[in-house]
Design a protein around this ligand. Structure first.
Ligand code: ZN
Ligand code: ZN
Length: 411
């Protein structure tokens, strides 16, 4: 790993990712194994004028011990102090960074009932804070750097050090950091490019999209009226632009909650709560997931889909060309931040309010009335794109438009 590039990365996350403003507090969720990057994030945040930086250090080893051995009662409620800390920082407009790096199978063998109960408890207790993130009241950014246990899964059979080097290289490429390039400039160009695609999708005013491929996917997805497609950057309540995922390649919106029918096959494994779920097949009737199948860890998937009422419905529809940088790397990252940006995907669970015109100003009830899946404690992206995916759209004024052909944009 190249130190100059790492510093450039930290500055990119602070300057473009959450776009820290003078006097703003910053919170960083960071694995202890990524301490060097965490420190650079804090340094860059202070340089940008952050009021203070609050580190939430994470550790896979301690996390696994917690899930296996903590008192059973702790899985039914989030710690009050932690909820208070987040809500108080939210009042000050905190910028929130999460460094996503974990062993994809870290929670293998953990009691699924604990995962289920914690999912419900966290969804309930952190609701105020997560709603603020979903509605772009606060700027947030998910990024990643390698850790050895994860690198080993991505590059099996390669010596540990080499696997780490390879994962560093791959990640720097996906976030457009080069030895002597200007990552901030590169990101401006990239965002402008995908934001143009999103604008075009919004302009079509699609009423329905039909997905088909040789995996067996045959799915009709209705879109709500006044649907908005988004990409690249978001604008938070204070008017500051931020980028919620680095990397990001997707052009996304939200489907009509009750308008999804047919069969959908996932095209990549999904890492969910420290378990790898593979071979996913979901069947939809009037938006609701009525049949759940996975070849491995079906129980993990079922637990999440059945978490609450909203988790039974889709909340996101996202387009990523098969021929795009992360996809072309051919690497299966076992980390949704990367895998979802290499593939068309959907998410079950809560939709982003900004996916309908003026949605950020609406309450959950109003968003539900507009047809969005506006109330769920979860939001799980899963990958469905293939090299032979076709998406055919029907616009509200009755035109038929090929949106995707052979896995790539046809518009
Ligand atoms: Zn997405
Ligand atoms: Zn998503």
């Amino acid at each position: 790993m190249n130190e100059k590039m790492l510093w450039q990365y930290a500055r990119l996350v602070i300057g473009v990712g959450i776009n820290v403003q003078k006097g703003q507090p910053v919170m960083v969720n960071c694995p202890v194994e990524c301490a060097e990057f965490g420190r650079l994030l804090a340094k860059a945040a202070f340089e940008a004028g952050a009021k203070d930086v609050y580190m939430n250090w994470r550790d896979d080893f301690i996390s696994r011990e917690h899930w296996l051995h903590a008192d059973d009662s702790v899985f039914d409620a989030a710690p009050v102090w932690d909820v208070l800390m987040r809500n108080e920082l939210a009042k000050e407009g905190v910028g929130c960074i999460s460094v996503s790096a974990t062993d994809p199978e870290n929670l293998k063998g953990v009691d699924p009932d604990r995962l289920r109960r914690w999912g419900a408890a966290a969804g309930r207790d952190y609701k105020d804070f997560s709603k603020k993130m979903m509605a772009n009241v606060l700027p947030w950014c998910v990024v990643s750097v390698p850790i050895p246990s994860w690198a080993k899964k991505v590059f099996p059979g390669v010596p540990a050090e080499e696997a780490m080097e390879k994962l560093w290289d791959a990640i720097f490429k996906t976030v457009r950091i080069t030895e002597d390039g200007d990552a901030v400039e590169a990101w401006r160009g990239h965002c402008a490019n995908i934001e143009g695609k999103a604008k075009a999708m919004t302009g079509f005013d699609f009423e329905e999209l039909h997905y088909e491929n040789s995996l067996g996917t045959d799915l009709y997805v209705k879109m709500p009226e006044n649907n908005v497609w988004l990409a690249g950057g978001d604008i938070c309540r204070t008017g500051v632009k931020f980028v919620a995922n680095m990397p990001t390649e997707e052009v996304f919106s939200a489907p009509l909650k009750t308008g999804v029918n047919g069969v959908l096959y996932a095209s990549k494994p999904l890492v969910l709560h420290g378990n790898i779920v593979d071979g996913i097949k979901l069947t939809f009737k009037d938006g609701r997931i009525v049949d759940i199948h996975a070849d491995t860890n079906e129980e993990t998937l079922r637990t999440e889909v059945e978490l609450d009422e909203g988790s039974h419905y889709l909340g996101e529809i996202a387009l990523v060309p098969y021929d795009s940088p992360i996809s072309n790397s051919g690497i299966l990252f076992f980390n949704t931040l990367f895998d979802e940006n290499a593939s068309c995907h959907f998410a079950f669970g809560e939709a982003y309010p900004s996916c309908v015109k003026g949605g950020e100003e609406l309450s959950s009830e109003e968003l539900l009335e507009k047809g969005l899946n506006a109330e769920s404690s979860t939001h799980v992206d899963f990958m469905v794109g293939t090299s032979d995916l076709t998406i055919t759209g029907r616009t509200r004024d009755g035109r038929t438009v090929k949106v995707f052909e052979n896995g790539n944009f046809a518009i």
